[in-house]
Design a protein around this ligand. Structure first.
Ligand code: AMP
Length: 443
């Protein structure tokens, strides 16, 4: 177990170290080094960390240890001691998988609860002893309504990807759930961004929290080769097929802005002989799981996803991300490219940008505080500067001039690498105000 001795330094006990040795982690990630000792001390935590930083183990490991080290105050069936709320089913499933993996040598029980699937097996699971529940808010409230779950014994609450939960309209559900929890409990809040709404939420929930922050991966880190290909809108689909073929990309996650666009693109790639599937909110859970499994097993090489569907997808060492369209919000760009270059592996993120999107590109380069390298491919020319307003914010664009061929993987941007979203400090909330009433339901 020598390789996990660095985890022992964080104060983690043997059963956890054994599980970590088996999954093969060598050393804690920065968020784990910062968060684990504080959570073990029982402190509330406000963490600025994105998916891909190892944040899940950062809270799952110490929570398992805390729960195993003390008896439940009032043990009972369907009375979880820890509640983890997540915005999406995929993230819930992923967090729960971590609970199972890291907790395999501990005598703790857990279950995962999310909508879009039959409620009965979940109800059945809740009838027994359940220490940890990982849930999306809407379905959890369904179980509360049916009296399947009693949240009055929750000792630790985790809000994972809290910013996404607010974006997805879960605030009222969260407030309703908060009212069902005992006042005395430990609270951990994870968020990639810190808007006013998040500050208000964390101020109302956290008591004298420790703030931890890790630099937004992929902006400050060197792990992702980012590049931009300027191209006319109508050429994007052909260009993507061309790039996938010439670079022999085997596992590509492609982002589109709309569900419809995701479907169309997956169909077009498939008809070009490149097996692809779309994954988005209109698809059933079964269809999403199937597409993801096929992608992971390499039966399809391309997964086309919308931003929300892609949240929480746990795909290790994804080598290539493509932004078929830039997101409207610059922060989403950072989330998207966070799908590659995970946990120490190098990845590449290519954005196909038309004239209309130059404004969005400028916003992204401002956010990440660096220019993104431009690449070109013969036959796929950049939009005309006059029409498109093409500029070279990073000074590295050469619009309209055929380049030496496209080389997304090799291209690296120069310029300063520090800063970006990781510079925003999380707030130091320390009041415990009662959450306000909410009425509407989002799912
Ligand atoms: P997360 O940010 O929690 O979604 O984790 C991102 C990925 O990093 C997951 O696939 C984890 O299995 C992996 N991971 C978490 N902690 C470590 C670690 N200490 N060393 C290597 N990989 C890790």
């Amino acid at each position: 177990m020598a390789s996990v001795s660095k985890f022992a330094g964080l104060g983690l006990v043997d059963p956890l170290l054994r599980a970590l040795a088996e999954v093969g982690y060598d050393a804690p990630t920065p968020i784990q080094s910062q968060a684990v000792p504080e959570v073990l001390k029982g402190r509330d935590l406000l963490a600025a960390a994105q998916t891909g930083t190892g944040k899940t183990a950062g809270f799952v490991l110490p929570i398992l240890q805390l729960l195993a080290s003390r008896p439940a105050a009032k043990p009972g069936n369907g009375r979880p001691r820890c509640l983890v709320l997540t915005p999406t089913r995929e993230l819930a499933a992923q967090v729960h998988a971590s609970v199972v993996t890291y907790g395999r040598y501990m005598d703790l029980t857990s279950t995962v609860i999310f909508g879009g699937v039959n409620i009965n097996p979940q109800t059945k699971a809740l009838r027994g002893r359940i220490d940890i529940v990982v849930a999306t808010p809407g379905r959890l409230l369904d179980h509360v309504g049916q009296k399947n779950v009693d949240l009055s014994g929750v000792e630790v609450l985790v809000l994972d990807e809290a910013d996404r939960m607010l974006d997805m309209g879960f605030i009222h559900d969260i407030r309703r759930i908060l009212k069902l929890l005992p006042a005395r409990r430990q609270n951990l809040l994870f968020s990639a961004t810190f808007s006013e709404d998040i500050r208000r939420l964390s101020d109302g929930i956290l008591t004298n929290p420790v703030s931890v922050e890790v630099a937004a991966r992929n902006t400050a880190s060197e792990l992702v080769h980012q590049s931009v290909h300027l191209v006319e809108t109508h050429q994007k689909r052909d260009l993507l097929s061309h790039l996938i073929r010439t670079h022999r990309w085997e596992q590509v996650l492609v982002f589109t802005r709309t569900k419809h666009g995701a479907n169309r693109l997956a169909e077009k790639l498939s008809s070009d002989g490149i097996p692809a599937a779309a994954i988005h909110g209109n698809k059933s859970q079964a269809a999403r799981t199937k597409a993801l499994d096929q992608f992971k097993n390499r039966r399809i090489g391309v997964l086309v996803a919308t931003d929300i569907a892609a949240r929480g997808l746990d795909i290790d060492q994804l080598p290539q991300v493509v932004n078929f369209e830039l997101p409207n919000v610059p922060e989403d760009y950072v989330h998207r490219i966070g799908r590659t270059g995970r946990a120490g592996s190098v990845g590449a993120a290519l954005s196909l940008v038309d004239g209309e999107e130059m404004r969005l590109l400028t916003g992204i380069e401002r956010l990440i505080r660096r220019p993104i390298d431009r690449i070109q491919t013969e036959g796929f020319e950049a939009p005309k500067p006059s029409r498109a307003g093409v500029s070279a914010p990073g000074g590295s664009a050469r619009p309209g001039r055929p380049g030496p061929g496209s080389a997304p993987r090799g291209a690296r941007a120069g310029g300063p690498r520090s800063g970006g979203p990781g510079n925003r400090r999380p707030p130091q909330g320390n009041s415990r105000g009662g959450p306000s009433r909410g009425s509407s339901r989002a799912r």
